[in-house]
Design a protein around this ligand. Structure first.
Ligand SMILES: [Zn+2]
Length: 231
């Protein structure tokens, strides 16, 4: 009898650890804020759903609306760095007309100034930088990581672009996210959204889809910790 109980306990422990290792994680991330109109609706919605998300904020917008950053922080969301003026942190190689050349000193300033602003409001430093337009090169990424001590996120890997900045209605945003996840068979993924009202309209359906597919919602810092920096 005793042996049976021990065997049963062992089985329970084994099953629970297997489930944890196989957990599908998803981090919902939102660029370009803080946007008051979006947040006044989005924050109560996240609260209702019990979901914590990650905001990649623009420094000059955070200066204009520190109260919104404070609300995000008070609700347990993560605040990260999207540069001070939403500028390219490098002019990428070859066919890229969008970006101007920028010195490494100016690029570092864009990141560090934004971090100071975030810290002043939340008393927490930012640890991740999402480069605007995902404009980055391997060399600049290495320099910036060394000089700022932060992680510069790259496009691709396990990130899912929602294209919510392209469309003005929710249905193509929903199908872009769902089709990308189904096609690329992500075990865990980071979804890139923007603080837009069409995104907010798309979220209930996307969240339903993710829940139906067994995803657990986490902040980016929790995601990176669980995945061991696989980005
Ligand atoms: Zn952006």
């Amino acid at each position: 009898m005793k042996l049976k109980i021990i065997a049963l306990m062992f089985l329970v422990i084994l099953l629970s650890s297997t489930t944890f290792a196989q957990k599908r994680l998803v981090a919902l991330t939102f660029d370009d804020g803080p946007n008051q109109i979006f947040l006044k609706k989005a924050l109560p919605y996240f609260e209702k759903e019990g979901i914590k998300v990650t905001f990649f904020v623009i420094g000059c917008e955070a200066v204009a609306h520190p109260e919104m950053i404070a609300l995000e922080n008070n609700d347990g969301h993560e605040i990260e760095n999207h540069t001070y003026g939403h500028v390219c942190l490098v002019k990428p190689n070859l066919k890229w007309n969008l970006c101007q050349n920028i010195s490494i000193e100016k690029a570092v300033w864009q990141i560090e100034r934004t971090d100071e602003i975030i810290f002043k409001i939340t008393h927490r430093h930012s640890h991740f930088v999402r480069p605007p337009f995902f404009a980055m090169t391997g060399e600049r990424k290495a320099e910036l990581q060394k000089m700022t001590g932060m992680t510069i996120l790259s496009h691709g890997g396990n990130s899912v672009g929602s294209l919510d900045w392209v469309y003005n209605n929710p249905s193509p945003v929903i199908s872009t996210v769902e089709k990308t996840i189904e096609k690329r068979k992500f075990n865990s993924c980071i979804i890139v959204f923007h603080e837009r009202l069409n995104t907010l309209s798309a979220l209930p359906e996307i969240i339903r889809f993710l829940r139906n597919n067994g995803y657990v919602f986490v902040r980016l810092d929790e995601f990176e910790k669980a995945k061991g920096g696989d980005r």
